[in-house]
Design a protein around this ligand. Structure first.
Ligand code: NAI
Ligand code: PHE
Length: 348
């Protein structure tokens, strides 16, 4: 069997016949420091899909850490569940966390995990009783708490940077469409509403839409309308792979800035957006507030104010990236990757 190409360092794949779960850890790079990235737990169509996702997400973490100037490498865990998390009983989930902790211990600190889609601070609390290689415990368990609020603060800074680049005078009065109203999206919606945006929201969970409609007076749209609804700023905060090159060719917004990791399904989509003049904040910069929170608090000893200041600085980082992209006639993704590559090369 030919091994699929990947420029990362290590992939660990384990199976648990008892639960049917598969555990994948991708360590993409330890050049800047031990690798870190969250644990994603969800159902995958196949083990190959889970491996590919872990590797892609680990690569994005390398770029994220480098772009944010954090002394960490990039990694990611994927747990391919036998059934949706909500359908698993407590004993099964507990066994899965126990096996994941054992896998983390085998890597001996070369990789530290944290929360991601399908896991939360409470899961990190459990993991931390079994392994030291965990960020993001709840405050009650002595950790810095959820990365969601800082990720949201950073995404809103990215929205502000994008809006300025697109020539608008602030977010006030702009139509801001937030897709996915979970830990990050709901807080981005609150920040946008507080800045005077006309808020449009969508989520597969109608209760989340209803709650924000009531709290913020947001207009709720069908999930299927997210790529066709005209707006000034589109803020994807659900899952990745939303923007294919074809979608990029028609997306009716001026600014694209969100939290979803690996938002572009196809790298060429970035070029399509550039040619159409859509200002695109690369995901691994826009959503780096969570990494700044976890690494800042747990590795660098920063307090909450220092973390928030560094997170707000995402706005300036993106302004520089937009400037580079404009000056050199390249995509914003290429401009951000150049900066990350320079940091990685400097660490050799
Ligand atoms: P979450 O799981 O709390 O929220 C995701 C929301 O998206 C849920 O409300 C879900 O119902 C909704 N959703 C799922 N599919 C949808 C669809 N097709 N259309 C509309 N809504 C849909 O996740 P969280 O933590 O808010 O993260 C959101 C995204 O941001 C994820 O892609 C995650 O990888 C990324 N991210 C999160 C960070 C964090 O600190 N939480 C940090 C960096 C990136
Ligand atoms: N999973 C989140 C992200 O993609 C938060 C996180 C950052 C988790 C760094 C662990 C380490 O940024």
């Amino acid at each position: 069997m030919a091994l699929p190409e990947w420029d990362g360092e290590l992939t660990s794949v384990r199976h648990d016949p008892e639960t049917g779960a598969w555990f994948v850890i991708g360590v993409h790079s330890t050049r800047l420091g031990p690798a870190s990235g969250g644990t994603r737990a969800m159902v995958y169509p196949s083990v190959d899909d889970a491996v590919a996702d872990a590797r892609r997400l680990a690569g994005a973490m390398t770029l994220k850490m480098a772009a944010a100037g954090l002394p960490m490498g990039g990694g990611k865990s994927v747990i391919a569940l036998p059934a949706p998390r909500a359908e698993l009983d407590d004993a099964t989930w507990r066994r899965i966390l126990g096996l994941h902790a054992a896998n983390l211990n085998l890597l001996g600190g070369n990789y530290t995990t944290g929360p991601d889609v399908g896991t939360c601070s409470a899961d990190m609390d459990v993991l931390r009783t079994l392994t030291p290689h965990v960020f993001g415990r709840s405050a009650a368990a002595g950790g810095p708490g959820s990365s969601g609020p800082m990720t949201a603060l950073g995404v809103f800074a990215a929205v502000e940077a994008g809006v300025a680049e697109a020539g608008f005078d602030g977010v006030d009065g702009l139509r801001v469409l937030v897709q996915g109203l979970g830990a990050v999206g709901a807080d981005v919606a609150r920040l946008a509403a507080a800045a005077g945006a006309k808020l449009i929201v969508t989520d597969v969970d109608p209760a989340r839409c209803a709650a924000l409609a009531e709290e913020l007076g947001a207009e709720v749209i069908d999930t299927g309308a997210v790529l066709t609804r005209e707006c000034d700023v589109l803020v994807p905060c659900a899952t990745g792979g939303l923007v294919t090159a074809e979608v990029a060719g028609t997306l009716p917004c001026a600014v694209l800035a969100g939290a979803a990791n690996n938002l572009l399904a196809d790298p060429y989509a970035a070029e399509v957006l550039r040619r159409r003049g859509v200002v695109h904040a690369p995901d691994f910069v826009a959503n780096s507030g969570g990494a700044i929170h976890l690494v800042g608090r747990e590795v660098l000893g920063w307090d909450a104010d220092a973390v928030a200041d560094r997170t707000r600085a995402i706005r300036d980082t993106l302004a520089g990236i937009f400037d580079d992209a404009r000056t050199h006639g390249i995509t914003t993704v290429a401009a951000a990757e150049r900066r990350a590559a320079a940091t990685l090369e400097g660490a050799l």
